[in-house]
Design a protein around this ligand. Structure first.
Ligand code: PMP
Length: 335
C-alpha cells in the first residue's frame, strides 16, 4: 500500500464540532481572556520582532514560568515550551520506543501515537481507578494525566513513583493542575526520568494561542529542543503567556469560581444519585453504561448542549453558573 493510504488507514482525522449554544465538551475556560490584557499584549507587540524568527522559548517567558513555579531547584535549562501541551506530547511520541497509557485517559495519547506510527500499549486503569501493575522500563514513555482526564481524579504519588522506579520515563501531564492546586513537581528533585507538562489553555483562557510548557532534567529538555520544530511557538503567543503570568490574580479568582462551581455540581449530581468521580479538574465525570450515556448525550443535543462521550460515561466541562444550572436541570429531568 502506498504511504499516503497507509496514513489514512492508521491515523484519525481531526474533526471540529459545530459550536452549540452551550458547549461543554472540550474543557475550555468559560471566561474570555481579559480584554485589558489583550490590549496590553497589542501595546507591546513590535513590528520589528514580527520580522525575525523569534526565540522559542524566549528567555523572559522562561523566567516568568520559573517565577510562577516558585521552586528553589529549577533553572532556565529545565523548561521548554510547545505549540500547546499537545505538541510536547506529540514530540514525545517520537522520542521514545513505546508509549504506554491507561484508559480512560486523554484521547490524544492514542491519536498521536497512531499518527506518528509509534508503538503503544494501552492498559486500562483498575476498577478503583488506580494505575495497573505493568511491565515497563527503559525506552518506554508512560503518559499519566494528573488530575486525570476524563475522570478528574488524582493518582497517589506512590503510584507515580512505582513507575519511575521501574526506569520508564514518565510524562506527568498536569494540564489541569491549577484546578487542583497540588503538583508532584518535587519528584523532579529525585527522578531524572520525569517530565511535567502544563498548559496555558485551561486556567489562563489561552487555548487559541497554543502554548504549553514542559519541566524536566536539563538533559531531557536538551533532547526535546533538538527534536521539536525550531521557532515552534509564535512571538504573539509567547507575549500572551507573559502578560497572563504578570496578572495571576485575575486568573486565580476565576479558578476559584470554577472550582466552587465544580464542587457544587458534584454535590448536586450526588444528590441526584449519579455515580461520579471525585474530579479535581474543570469538569465533572458521570459513570454510565453505553445505552444510558447515548440517551443522555442525545437528549442534551436536542437542547443544544454539547458534552463529551467516553466508553465509561460522560464528561461535562464546568461552565458559567447559568450554563451549569441549565445542564443540572436537564440531568434532573433525565433522572
Ligand atoms: N493534556 C491533557 C490531559 C488535556 O486534557 C489537554 C487538552 N484537552 C492537553 C494536554 C492539551 O492542551 P493544549 O491545549 O495545551 O494542547
Amino acid at each position: 500500500m502506498n504511504p499516503v493510504d497507509l496514513i489514512i488507514r492508521r491515523a484519525y482525522p481531526y474533526e471540529t464540532e459545530k459550536r452549540d449554544r452551550i458547549y461543554l465538551a472540550l474543557n475550555e475556560n468559560p471566561f474570555p481572556f481579559p480584554e485589558e490584557l489583550t490590549k496590553e499584549v497589542f501595546r507591546r507587540l513590535d513590528g520589528d520582532k514580527m520580522r525575525i524568527y523569534y526565540d522559542s522559548p524566549d528567555k523572559e517567558l522562561i523566567e516568568k514560568i520559573l517565577e510562577y513555579l516558585d521552586t528553589d531547584f529549577l533553572r532556565e535549562n529545565n523548561v521548554s515550551i510547545g505549540n500547546g501541551a499537545d505538541e510536547i506530547i506529540y514530540v514525545m511520541m517520537i522520542m521514545f520506543d513505546r508509549a504506554v497509557f491507561f484508559p480512560p485517559t486523554y484521547s490524544c495519547y492514542r491519536i498521536f501515537a497512531k499518527a506518528v506510527g509509534a508503538k503503544y500499549l494501552e492498559v486500562p486503569l483498575t476498577k478503583d481507578l488506580k494505575i495497573p501493575e505493568i511491565e515497563v522500563g527503559e525506552g518506554d514513555v508512560v503518559f499519566i494525566p494528573n488530575p486525570n482526564n476524563p475522570t478528574g481524579h488524582i493518582f497517589e504519588k506512590e503510584e507515580i513513583k512505582k513507575i519511575l522506579k521501574k526506569g520508564a520515563f514518565v510524562a506527568l501531564d498536569e494540564a489541569y493542575y491549577e484546578f487542583h492546586g497540588e503538583s508532584y513537581i518535587d519528584l523532579l528533585k529525585e527522578y531524572e526520568n520525569l517530565a511535567i507538562i502544563r498548559t496555558f489553555s485551561k486556567a489562563f483562557s489561552l487555548a487559541a494561542q497554543r502554548i504549553g510548557y514542559v519541566i524536566s532534567s536539563e538533559k531531557f529538555i536538551d533532547a526535546y529542543n533538538r527534536v521539536r520544530l525550531p521557532f515552534n511557538v509564535s512571538y504573539v503567543s509567547q507575549t500572551f503567556a507573559k502578560v497572563a503570568l504578570e496578572h495571576i490574580g485575575i486568573f486565580k479568582e476565576r479558578i476559584e469560581y470554577i472550582v466552587s462551581e465544580r464542587e457544587r455540581m458534584k454535590k448536586a449530581l450526588k444528590e441526584l444519585n449519579y455515580s461520579i468521580s471525585d474530579s479535581r479538574g474543570n469538569f465533572v465525570f458521570i459513570f454510565m453504561d453505553k445505552r444510558e450515556r447515548d440517551r443522555l448525550v442525545e437528549q442534551l443535543r436536542w437542547k443544544n448542549i454539547a458534552v463529551r462521550s467516553f466508553r465509561e460515561g460522560v464528561r461535562i466541562t464546568i461552565g458559567k453558573r447559568e450554563e451549569n444550572e441549565t445542564i443540572l436541570k436537564e440531568l434532573e429531568v433525565f433522572r
